[in-house]
Design a protein around this ligand. Sequence first.
Ligand SMILES: [Zn+2]
Length: 443
Amino acid sequence: MTRRTLVVALCASLLGRAALAQTPVDSSLAAYIDGITAIDSHAHPMLPIPAGAPPDTDFDALPLDGVPPFPLQARLRPDNPEWRDAHRALYGVTSTDTGAAYRDALASAQRSVAQREGTHFPDWVLDRSGIDEMMANRIALGPGLSPPRFRWVAFDDALMLPLDTRAEASRTPDTRSLYPKETTLLRRYMHDLGLRALPASLEAYVARVVAPTLERQRAGGAVSIKFEAAYLRPLDFDDPDPVLARRVYARYVSGGTPTHAEYKALEDYLFRVIVRQAGRDGMSVQIHCLETYGGFYDAAGSAPHLLEPALDDSTLRGTTIILIHGGWPLIDETQTLLAKPNVYTDISAMTLILEPAELARVLRQWLGEWPDKVLFGTDAFDDAPAYGWAESAWLGTRTARRALAMALTGMMRDDEIDRTRAEQLARMVMRDNAVAAYHLHLN
Ligand SMILES: [Zn+2]
């Protein structure tokens, strides 16, 4: 090679690299991924409420409005300019104003869409984000949120907490506000069953409260139940001692406050009863597995590996379990648990917390080993008028599609997969894996 050709070759190579750096994705693959109608594994859609009607209070078993103020990750803060992208895409807000002028322009655009769409507003939100179906984490669905676009995921931590929870609640300022909400929810479940008092024995409690509540949820259309336990206690649901659990229940059912060790024994027992029964009823189980939320949230207590004893309980293998939010940032722990045949994970919340390039690295790591175990999700939720569930559904979906395009482009360029396989993996993550994990029977 002459000096001149060497220079030309070097320039070409540098140019090639620059071009590669500027195009992290294969544009036709990205277009293909943009065209896949998604199934969102986990979100919190709100009821469309007519002006003047009472607010939606069934959107979460553990709303965080009562916990002391806590910081949000950078991308979730109101000054993230991507929320403006969402406003432009959803509502056509092009104002370059700031402050009150912008808020007014946004509110007026949101109002006119809400009025025009009425009870169809939730469907409209899904259409704008290319989402076909959304797993709706709610205490109950309602007008505007109905199958098949919205599939119910019911909350069942309350079923683990039939006894006095005041000592458990006293652990932190966060738990002080959260436990009473579970007590209220259990009362509601019992009221729905026509029960005023707890049965005297644990067997009777399981037979007359736990099992019928799960059956009602299934009959009401639930495809899954969800545990938010990490907000309340560590996820170490150890091998239960049924004798101890029965004794604790019987001792405190009529009054008194169990010790922490006693309550844990009862919860460990009931957790597995609930998970087992959910599988028998044809429902999956979602478990919140994430670094936060809350200033006193127990991050170490939400480590995915804490779930391993329960996940290795052979009597629970008939139940599909989805580790929600990918266990972020402990994605290596999550990955090891995907080796268990009934365990899946989703990228909900990660699609809002992580920039696409970072999420792409996670996806590439997981997809190399467990391509059939990773589900798309947004965790769309209402946090403020400027970034409600519609905005977060839009942003989470856009982030997921970009991240997936980056991850799969990288795998194609490294000759790990060809284009056909890249498209197949994209379909699996965006929808097909969810069909398997939630036993959805799509036409
Ligand atoms: Zn959520």
